[in-house]
Design a protein around this ligand. Structure first.
Ligand SMILES: [Zn+2]
Length: 468
């Protein structure tokens, strides 16, 4: 009995390793879905996200998804800006879901500018070329394919796995599906947390894997306008006050002002994990800052690097100026734009007040230059989220450290995070140092990189979906 028990225990222990790794199965179906998605133009000018969403709904239904598990939506005012939400239900009625969020729309691309047709999926020298292969149709295809595979394989997770594919991420001022879902149909997408685009695995110039980044915070974009005015007059008789000089002094003070050092899980984690990778004095400063975040010698050292400085604090910088109306006249009006990237959780009003105090001149009128975004603090990055990711990264990309990060741009994650669905961003695949030229010409992603990302998500989402 003792021996038998020992043998079966050994078998039990061994069985997970012996179980077939199914993470790479169904590649032909994935490629077909990906090709169809890339070749469905979804750029705002002439494309249709609605058509892309319809195609994916057809594939989901063919895999066994019921009509009741799929919501297709499109606004009356913009019928081509539609999207879809699909749900793979979980068995535990008390477990909240996981949301997989990706955008279907792409940045405009003109055939004459590209080496190859941007709306034909082309595989060449180990790369996929096409608009959206990296941003964000690679991820959208991985997520849709994931639900299809899970359903075909009869997998029933503990938690519902929800998929939202939306339009409007790349173009300002158009219907944004993620914003609309967050504000009007939160019940469709509500989840414990969401995974969205943005951070990626970093490759060096030689193709070696440096780190696997997970975005756990986003800075908030905000423009401010500064304006000085003056009665003006003839330039042959200068008066002591002058709108251009007044603006120059104000901008000098904006340049000199430094916002206070702040920290969150993302930036603390970033400096802690990057410290051994960077090494030297900078690595030491990162280690010291992560151990005791705040103003001090370590923060001073890190502030010298523009990228690290941007992770330590709110930054504001002059980006545009216009003023004066004639070479021989005293300027009557000068306007400047100051672009700020606000540390998450800091109210816009607080930044405006800091600028007002720093400038210290009531003659300089300060106003908002862009629509303010919600001042949502960055979500925490708890171990039960990070550990499974680290486990799967160790399996798929051995030896690669997982590094939390804060993005200085913004994605649709700001809308879902703002309504209480903490959203983390990673594409799941690695990018060359040119970031796959996303938004630019000849956008590309490595074929193997994309397939590895597909394997990573297959394993990872199961771990998340089955956790208690
Ligand atoms: Zn994107």
């Amino acid at each position: 009995m003792r021996i038998a028990a020992a043998v079966s225990l050994a078998l039990l222990v061994a069985s997970p390793a012996l179980a077939a790794d199914r993470s790479g199965e169904g590649e032909a179906d994935f490629r077909a879905l990906f090709k169809e998605l890339i070749e469905t133009n979804t750029a705002h000018s002439v494309g249709s996200c609605t058509a892309a969403a319809d195609n994916i709904a057809t594939r989901l239904k063919a895999a066994g998804f019921k009509d009741s598990e799929i919501h297709l939506f499109a606004p009356d005012t913009a019928p081509k800006d539609g999207g879809l939400v699909a749900v793979l239900p979980g068995w535990d009625p008390n477990a909240k879901g996981i949301l997989l969020l990706a955008h279907l729309d792409v940045v405009e691309a003109r055939r004459e500018d590209w080496t190859r047709d941007p709306f034909t999926l082309i595989e060449e020298n180990g790369q996929f070329y096409g608009r959206g292969v990296a941003d964000d149709k690679g991820q959208a295809a991985i997520f849709a394919d994931l639900l299809i595979r899970y359903r075909r394989q009869g997998y029933v997770p503990r938690r519902p796995v929800k998929l939202a594919l939306t339009c409007g991420e790349e173009t300002d001022g158009v219907f944004n599906g993620a914003k609309w879902l967050s504000e009007t149909h939160k019940d469709w997408i509500d989840a414990d947390f969401a995974i969205n685009e943005d951070a990626y695995g970093v490759l060096d110039d030689h193709g070696n894997r440096v780190s696997f980044e997970i975005e756990a915070a986003q800075k908030v974009y905000q423009d401010f306008t500064l304006e000085t005015t003056n009665p003006g007059g003839h330039s042959s008789r200068p008066r002591p006050d002058n709108a251009l000089y007044e603006m120059a002094k104000a901008l000098d003070r904006v340049e000199a002002y430094r916002f206070p050092v702040k920290v969150n899980d993302a930036t603390r984690g970033y400096f802690a994990r990057m410290s051994p990778i960077i090494g030297g004095a900078d690595g030491q400063a990162m280690k010291a800052f992560a151990a005791a975040p705040g103003a001090g010698a370590a923060a001073e050292t890190l502030s010298r690097d523009p990228a690290w400085n941007a992770m330590l604090r709110t930054t504001c910088v002059a980006t545009m100026i216009e003023g004066g109306h004639a070479p021989n006249a005293l300027p009557q009006s000068v306007k400047a734009n100051v672009n700020c990237r606000i540390f998450p959780g800091t109210p816009v009003a607080e930044v405006e007040q800091a600028l007002t105090t720093a400038i210290g001149d009531p003659g300089v009128k300060i106003g908002l230059g862009s629509e303010p975004s919600p001042a949502t603090p960055a979500p925490a990055l708890p171990p039960d989220l990070l550990k499974p990711l680290e486990g799967v990264v160790a399996e798929v990309f051995p030896g690669t450290p997982v590094v939390p990060t804060m993005e200085v741009g913004a994605s649709d994650g700001i809308y879902t995070t703002a309504v209480g669905i903490p959203t983390y961003g990673f594409y799941g695949f690695f990018e060359t140092p040119d970031e796959g030229n996303i938004h630019g010409l000849n956008e590309h992603v490595g074929v193997k990189d994309l397939m590895d990302g597909r394997r990573l998500f297959y394993k990872l989402i199961k771990l998340y979906a089955d956790r208690k």
